[in-house]
Design a protein around this ligand. Structure first.
Ligand SMILES: *[C@@H]1O[C@H](CO)[C@@H](O)[C@H](O)[C@H]1NC(C)=O
Ligand SMILES: *[C@@H]1O[C@H](CO)[C@@H](O)[C@H](O)[C@H]1NC(C)=O
Ligand SMILES: *[C@@H]1O[C@H](CO)[C@@H](O)[C@H](O)[C@H]1NC(C)=O
Length: 438
């Protein structure tokens, strides 16, 4: 069932793509597209090219219009039906009529059938009129090819075949030749100087290579957007865009939006994340201060005392407000902290583990572990706390509760930077002096 739906969606979108060509702006159409949409193409350089409403009438095209390829008409007489075979040209969206005469004492209902097409069957066929006199009748047949008759593969001469049957020994056969492309599009000057060597020249106009636009393909789409090159051109490296995004068109980074802390990824700066932006600049020194408040070496950073219940905070999009960071400080060692950033780009840091004992004393409350974990675990932890051994178990595992709490359901998927904020190595729990009391 799912695959059926998928197929339907694909078919609907394919249909849309082909059907929509004629709804594009005239100035964006190529000669072939213009012809497929029943437009007039002006081959004069530097002028407007496609006119979906006739150009000849308002005289805006200074030179000749591109003419569709027209095959010679063919008419072959039959015995009971005239003609028994015919070839005619059918231009897109222009009704074409042909008379067929046959011997009959009274009006008959002819059967019209499209028996073959080199493109699609999007042609409207009808018996336009029938007149009888004596023992002959003449039927006028009209054909009209729709703007979606030609698909993108269409050449300068496509065709359909139609049969006309009134139950006689002979059937009439009509071949309609349909031009689906401009004859001039067969002559292409690739990487033309006229097109700044960024495109191909044919039918008086440039078809620009991707990344280029403008009448002469002189405008680089990337530089027009003012983007900065953020990615190395070749080969692409996985750590480009800081591992927090991917390289896109015009060598710019597109940052992921579904990662922990992705709201802080810096689009302008290779998707640098919050942890990186704290340690990358001069502000790294703020991580070795033991004073609370705005860091005097770097006012962008405010140091706060660790409050673990804050680390569960979510914003209105249910994203974690505090991201967990790790760093390795020269002459000291590894540290762990939480960070967040507000709308004015002020960054807040709460130290969790510090390699320097003095700083650790000042910023990491030593008594926090048990009560906070108790708070988070809630009722179940309280029950567990009755037995010390059980509590120890809980301290070493991902919290077993509350499974139906949405905050916990996606903890693995979201915390791809690792660190479960609730996890404590067993040794630190044992060292906790309050352990025995619980
Ligand atoms: C059809 O009609 C024409 C003239 O009325 C006649 O000459 C001819 O023989 C007829 N053909 C047949 C097959 O009946
Ligand atoms: C396009 O034309 C080809 C024949 O040239 C035909 O086989 C194909 O079905 C057509 N595609 C669509 C989407 O109509
Ligand atoms: C920690 O944060 C919570 C929630 O914002 C607050 O109610 C509590 O007072 C804070 N605890 C400390 C010790 O500041």
């Amino acid at each position: 069932m799912a695959s059926v739906w998928f197929l339907m969606v694909v078919l609907i979108s394919v249909q849309k793509v082909f059907g929509d060509v004629c709804l594009k702006d005239e100035t964006e159409l190529t000669c072939n597209e213009c012809m497929r949409c029943n437009g007039d193409w002006c081959t004069a350089r530097g002028s407007k090219h496609c006119y979906l409403t006739t150009a000849t009438e308002d005289g805006t095209c200074p030179s000749a219009l591109e003419k569709p390829h027209i095959e010679k008409e063919v008419t072959k007489p039959g015995v009971a039906i005239q003609p028994v075979y015919a070839e005619r040209t059918l231009l897109i969206n222009k009704p074409t009529k042909i008379d067929i005469t046959y011997n009959a004492s009274a009006k008959m209902a002819p059967e019209l059938k499209m028996v073959y097409s080199t493109q699609t069957y999007n042609v409207e066929l009808m018996e336009y009129a029938t007149e009888c006199s004596g023992d002959t009748c003449t039927s006028t047949i009209q054909a009209k090819a729709a703007t979606n008759f030609c698909n993108v593969t269409g050449g300068i001469s496509e065709y359909i075949e139609v049969t006309f049957d009134v139950g006689l020994s002979e059937k009439a056969r009509i071949k309609y030749n349909v031009p689906c492309a401009c004859p001039c599009s067969g002559e292409v000057e690739t990487a033309s100087v006229y097109c700044s060597k960024n495109g191909d020249f044919s039918c008086g106009a440039c078809t620009c290579n991707s990344g280029w636009t403008g009448e002469f393909c002189e405008i680089n789409i990337c530089s027009k957007r003012g983007d900065v090159v953020q990615c190395s051109l070749n080969p692409r490296k996985p750590d480009e865009c800081s591992g927090n995004g991917y390289c896109s068109e015009c060598e710019t980074c597109i940052c992921y939006t579904d990662r922990e802390g992705s709201q802080y990824f810096d689009q302008e700066n290779n998707c640098e994340d919050l942890c990186m932006s704290i340690t990358n600049g001069d502000c790294e020194d703020c991580l070795v201060t033991d004073t609370l408040g705005e860091c005097n070496k770097c006012s962008e950073i405010t140091i706060e005392k660790l409050n673990r219940s804050l680390t569960d905070e979510r914003d209105f999009k249910n994203r974690k407000v505090w991201v967990s960071c790790k760093a390795d400080l020269d002459d000291c060692g590894p540290i762990e902290y939480y960070a967040r950033q507000d709308e004015s780009k002020q960054k807040y840091v709460m130290m969790v583990k510090h390699c320097n004992e003095i700083i650790s004393e000042a910023l990491v409350p030593s008594e926090t572990k048990v009560p906070i974990i108790l708070g988070v675990l809630g009722i179940v932890a309280a029950v567990a706390a009755v037995g010390g051994v059980m509590l120890w178990k809980h301290l070493n595992a991902v919290p077993p509760v509350p499974l139906n709490d949405p905050q916990y359901q996606n903890i693995d998927a979201e915390d791809c930077t690792g660190e479960n904020p609730l996890y404590k190595p067993p040794t630190s729990s044992f060292k906790n002096p309050t352990y025995g009391k619980w």
